[in-house]
Design a protein around this ligand. Structure first.
Ligand code: SF4
Length: 251
């Protein structure tokens, strides 16, 4: 895992994932990105921003029908509007509407609380914890699982928790001295073709965070880049992929 990280980082550099202006925008994006592409999510986020409703107070006061229309481009808009309302109700009831209070809770407790909310599975909960809360939790998505399975690093249908722990244990040591090397932008000259899934820097992608959180943050972004550009569901482009040297039997 550490070699995968170093290889991808050297090839593509910092990915600036998650692109967002605020912690709340990360949370909204984490809900909206379920079962749709990020391009569709961006349109919905843009509508909320233009309507000046991208805030806890904004979602709280927006009537359900109006919220549905604003996020329509993200698909499953009725369900997602309900879920956003549920999150804000949870935040109001449990933490007096304060994200700061919510993220001050112990990670395991908050993770359980998020998982208990309608529409929040492990990937959404961990995206919120890592990218909005800057907590050291690794996010496992379909790309991660696909790459690990194709490289025979985990058995098919391995549990989310097993994969999460695998990454967290393997990558945490990078938060020591080698991290300094890891997070210095690499030469980005070794690979041709798409350079991951990088975004322009944003207030959230450049927020202050601990080294271990930064490594988890970058690794997930780099994996998204592999999955989107090379390791697709129906076809692979191993010839161009930076991870080709790690394929079983490659050497
Ligand atoms: S596309 Fe990349 S990650 Fe996917 S199987 Fe091929 S070398 Fe591995």
């Amino acid at each position: 895992m550490r070699s995968y990280f170093q290889t991808l980082y050297d090839a593509w550099g910092q990915q600036h994932w998650w692109p967002a202006q605020s912690r709340f925008e990360v949370i909204v994006g984490a809900y909206l990105t379920q079962n749709t592409s990020w391009t569709n999510v961006e349109r919905a986020l843009d509508s909320l921003r233009k309507a000046r409703l991208m805030s806890v107070a904004g979602i709280r006061r927006t009537p359900p029908r109006k919220l549905e229309q604003l996020i329509r481009s993200a698909g499953y808009f009725r369900q997602k509007a309900r879920r956003l309302k549920t999150f804000v109700r949870f935040l109001d009831n449990r933490y007096a509407g304060s994200l700061a209070r919510m993220f001050a809770q112990p990670i395991s407790q908050l993770r359980e609380e998020l998982l208990a909310l309608n529409g929040v599975g492990p990937e959404t909960a961990d995206s919120i914890l890592l990218y909005a809360g800057n907590h050291p939790v690794f996010v496992v998505d379909a790309y991660t699982r696909r790459i690990l399975e194709r490289h025979e690093l985990v058995a098919p249908h391995s549990s989310y928790e097993l994969i999460r722990q695998l990454f967290e244990q393997a990558l945490a040591p990078l938060a020591g001295e080698p991290l300094e090397r890891g997070l210095t932008p690499g030469p980005a000259t070794t690979v041709t073709g798409p350079r991951g899934s990088s975004h322009p820097p944003s207030p959230m992608s450049t927020a202050k965070r601990t080294p271990v959180v930064q490594v988890f943050n970058e690794m997930h972004g780099l994996i998204v880049g592999v999955g989107k550009n090379y390791c697709k569901k129906s076809q692979t482009n191993c010839e161009q992929c930076p991870l080709q040297k790690f394929l079983p039997g490659a050497q």
